[in-house]
Design a protein around this ligand. Sequence first.
Ligand SMILES: NC(=O)C1=CN([C@@H]2O[C@H](COP(=O)(O)OP(=O)(O)OC[C@H]3O[C@@H](n4cnc5c(N)ncnc54)[C@H](OP(=O)(O)O)[C@@H]3O)[C@@H](O)[C@H]2O)C=CC1
Ligand SMILES: O=C(O)[C@@H]1CCC=N1
Length: 279
Amino acid sequence: MTEHSIGPLSPGGPILLVGAGKMGGALLDGWLAGGLDPALVAVVDPGLPPDVAERLSAQGVILAPEPGNLPPPAAILFAVKPQMAADALPSVAGFVSPDTVVVSILAGTTLKTLRSGLPNGAAVVRTMPNTPASVGRGITACVAGEGVSAAQRALADRLLQACGEVVWVDDEALIDAVTGVSGSGPAYVFLMAESLARAGVAAGLPPDLAGKLARATVEGAGELLHRSPETPETLRKNVTSPNGTTAAALGVLMAADGLDPLLERAVAAATARSRELAG
Ligand SMILES: NC(=O)C1=CN([C@@H]2O[C@H](COP(=O)(O)OP(=O)(O)OC[C@H]3O[C@@H](n4cnc5c(N)ncnc54)[C@H](OP(=O)(O)O)[C@@H]3O)[C@@H](O)[C@H]2O)C=CC1
Ligand SMILES: O=C(O)[C@@H]1CCC=N1
């Protein structure tokens, strides 16, 4: 069970997920774990693996609906790869009613592009979630397009809150840097676990032990950061004895050519790629 219960939700129509891959599937898991009634959820994804389709169907989720046999969705969560957007938008458009809000999670795909593939005046919210959503610990940044009503914004907020925290921005341009920090960010942290394990092996540990230590360290540090009211800086200082082992390591990581410039370049590369995807 996640920390974020969606509770009873009467959205006034089903919630349609278009694209139930890694991220769409994570959000779907978050909704179901958060208590969203599966009978209110429909999924369009021609590539759904049979075991996933079977599990969702057994839970009562509606699979592969057509616009003619599904009531107008209150919200459509659009979650295909950005490169598939043009192919998939016509099928999304077929489900859109005047009251539907389309919530996109596509990296680099602008409100303008999305709206151009949907019926005139469609309400669109562009968002950037991240995969910890599958365990209720995601964070999603959102920007509302023109004409999104307060009720539509509240519904988008509620659906995303079932999977973690939600923040709203007014400036769509910020979403590219959001993607570089929190959208892609979980990958940087997982890489830290991989890289720390490799460094442990280089320092003489057996690979299994290095992997176990590195994973538990990243998990534990994340949990401590989650539970503690302290800043990351204070938590770091709490580990660091004067002239001790951590100080020796931080001398490398916090040097002029250490982690800051490396992450700055990494986030800049992701941000630039997000802008590039927008065309
Ligand atoms: N993964 C992440 O961490 C994050 C991803 N995003 C965004 O989420 C989106 C999805 O990414 P991700 O989940 O990683 O990608 P996936 O490839 O895992 O998921 C996309 C899914 O959409 C399916 N699909 C393809 N075409 C259609 C269609 N016409 N109609 C319905 N479904 C279709 C795909 O099927 P098939 O595989 O058969 O093509 C696949 O199952 C991307 O736009 C990405 O930018 C945003 C934040 C974080
Ligand atoms: O790598 C990507 O393009 C997507 C967007 C953010 C995380 N994954």
